[in-house]
Design a protein around this ligand. Structure first.
Ligand code: FHN
Length: 595
């Protein structure tokens, strides 16, 4: 599959965060890494999109026959939560008449918030098509008094405003059509899944991918169920025929990996290094409009989430749940406008950037990176809370800063180069502010020394992913598998033999006396194991006490070490192993000793 890609664009592709998807994922699309990078570039540049959950469920909006239904914060699950028979639930179509729907207003609200794409539910689990479908009369044009196709308007408005359009399609759960998965309360839903895929899913995918112009993202949901490999193969054959460049998420099933990981309602601690990913989140609690859901997140919370996600190389798909009349709720519009105010000044720190070049997440905020055509680069320091000393230290940064500016201000920013670090002085007038961005222009591409350096408090954080390992130790956790619900924290595991060691390179500007704290998880059988940490000829050891399980991490103090000035290596090995292994080892912390 060949994609037109200008060499110049490829040269601009980030040196830092080029995703290196598994070969199977490339094979799935029959494309090279360069072709994948070119196809994904707009998505990686965007970082921010609007999710829209809109369907018949907006009519009851979480309330059924006068009572709130226990939809576990998902008003779009009302039919299942209330085990509402198909014949009764489908009556809602007769009430669905979104007379106040204004696609242009939706798209402008998204665009002004700094969003670059919109992904809307074409068909959710209720099985109702929010588009004209010849495959099923259970759709907004044929079954409602509205008798109009809202997707046509949305596609037109997106094209007009330069916003890309993505479509969500529930390919497995379908509580209406016979053969669809997930309706275990109404015998009318019984049917042949093969026929459901061939006569509903595939024809409808053809309709939504052919009748609304360029669809840039296809968002499957709840993988597997009726979707086995054979059916997934048939589905994807049609998808690729309709749009070979479309971005597909990882929720089809049938063994398909897709192009993007899709964590939901949580941000993986370190993102998905080397992979493309998009985290979807609600502004309140429910995806679909819920009358009684007023638990709205503050705009600042969502701005900081956007910064956090972009700094990890991901995208933020922020949800709105329009009402049955077709209006985005006011609290959502207010938040979109407030996010837009921040983006008006600071969007350069988000759009077109790539992940932070630093291994650690700073306590004061987040960082993103921009590579410039002339070979230089810009680091964006998104400052949530300025450090008390009025400076920001970038440990390990070897580049010479050319200049630094405050986005949206003419206030000059001073920087100094220290031994293997750059320090930014926050202007006095900003030291009591928050959520501002300092852009640091560097000569060349960013170069960060790979060893661990002290942060502003003099502490060192040593991540499992930074360790040099000898077998059988290996890195586990953090992003989990699909990352849908979040994995366990990043750690070193399979420490089944004393030959397994982990080492970290540490660089210190001064000699220092430091207390070593480590995060461990260990079952009872590991009790009494002994692990030993050493720097040069210094050693401290820890006798393991169970934390309850391999997944239950707790922080323990090991002891005190003297770190010499300059470069050192901290190594850990297992002296005594009880049970399968002494523990799973998470993040290490060396903090200035209090005694
Ligand atoms: O069941 C759906 C849910 O209703 C909502 O659409 C979310 C959004 O990602 N996806 C599923 C739950 O993971």
């Amino acid at each position: 599959m060949k994609l037109k890609t200008t060499i110049a664009k490829l040269l601009l592709l980030p040196l830092i965060a080029t995703a290196a998807p598994e070969p199977a994922s490339l094979a799935e699309r029959n494309e090279t890494l360069a072709e994948r990078d070119a196809r994904m570039e707009w998505f990686r540049d965007a970082h921010f999109g609007m999710f829209v959950h809109w369907g018949l469920y907006a009519v009851p909006a979480g309330i059924w026959k006068g009572k709130p239904t226990k939809t576990n914060n998902c008003a779009e699950w009302l039919m299942r939560a209330g085990k509402v028979p198909i014949a009764e639930y489908s009556e809602l179509a007769k009430e669905f008449n979104p007379q106040k729907y204004d696609a242009d207003q939706w798209v402008v609200a998204a665009k002004n918030a700094g969003m670059k794409y919109i992904t809307i539910t074409a068909k959710h689990h209720e099985g109702f098509a929010m588009f004209k479908s010849k495959a099923s009369a259970y759709n907004i044009v044929d079954a409602t008094p509205y008798q109009h196709d809202p997707l046509k308007d949305l596609a037109k408005a997106c094209k007009k405003h330069g916003i890309k359009l993505g479509l969500y399609y529930s390919q497995n759960l379908d509580w209406y059509h016979p053969g669809g998965h997930g309706n275990n309360w109404d015998p009318a839903s019984k049917g042949d899944p093969e026929a459901y895929v061939d006569h509903i899913v595939i024809p409808q995918l053809k309709e939504i991918l052919s009748n609304y112009g360029e669809i840039s993202i296809l968002w499957f949901d709840i993988p597997n169920g009726v979707i086995n490999k054979a059916r997934a193969d048939r589905i994807m054959k049609v998808v690729y025929q309709c749009n070979p460049d479309i971005i597909v998420n990882n929720r089809l099933g049938g063994g398909y990996k897709g192009d993007i990981q899709t964590p939901e309602q949580h941000i993986p601690p370190m993102g998905f290094p080397g992979k493309d990913w998009e985290v979807c989140m609600t502004m309140n609690k429910s995806w679909g409009f819920a009358k009684d859901d007023s638990r709205w997140k503050p705009s600042r919370d969502m701005i900081r989430k956007l910064c956090d996600i972009a700094s990890k190389g991901g995208n933020y798909l922020l949800n709105v749940g329009p009402t049955d009349l077709g209006e985005i709720p006011d609290p959502s519009l207010e938040r979109l406008a407030e996010i837009g105010e921040w983006m008006k000044i600071n969007s350069k720190a988000i759009h077109g950037t790539r992940a932070s070049v630093f291994p650690l997440l700073p306590k004061w905020g987040r960082l993103t990176t921009r590579l410039l055509p002339n070979g230089n680069s810009i680091l964006y320091a998104m400052v949530f809370n300025p450090p008390k000393d009025g400076t920001i230290l970038l440990p390990g940064l070897m580049n010479t800063p050319v200049k630094a500016v405050l986005l949206g201000s003419k206030t000059g920013v001073r920087t100094t180069s220290e031994d293997q670090a750059v320090r930014i002085e926050i202007p006095k007038s900003y030291r009591n502010k928050s959520d501002f961005v300092i852009a640091l222009l560097l000569k060349g591409t960013p170069h960060v020394d790979a060893s661990s350096h002290a942060d502003q408090s003099g502490s060192f954080t040593l991540l499992p992913r930074q360790a040099q390992l000898t077998k059988p130790l290996r890195l586990d956790g953090a992003s989990g598998s699909s990352g849908l619900r979040g994995g366990i924290e990043e750690h070193l595991s399979h420490w089944t033999k004393p030959s397994g060691t982990a080492s970290w390179n540490v660089t210190s500007k001064t000699a220092a006396k430091l207390d070593l704290y480590i995060r461990i998880a260990a079952p009872e059988a590991s009790d009494g194991s002994v692990i030993e940490f050493s720097i040069g000829n210094q050693m401290v050891e820890l006798t393991i006490q169970s934390t309850g399980s391999w997944k239950k991490f707790t922080e323990v103090k090991v002891g005190t070490l003297r770190l010499p000035k300059g470069k050192s290596v901290l190594t850990v090995k297992a002296k005594t192993i009880h049970g399968e292994a002494p523990c799973n080892l998470g993040t290490l912390r060396l903090s200035p000793s209090r005694n």
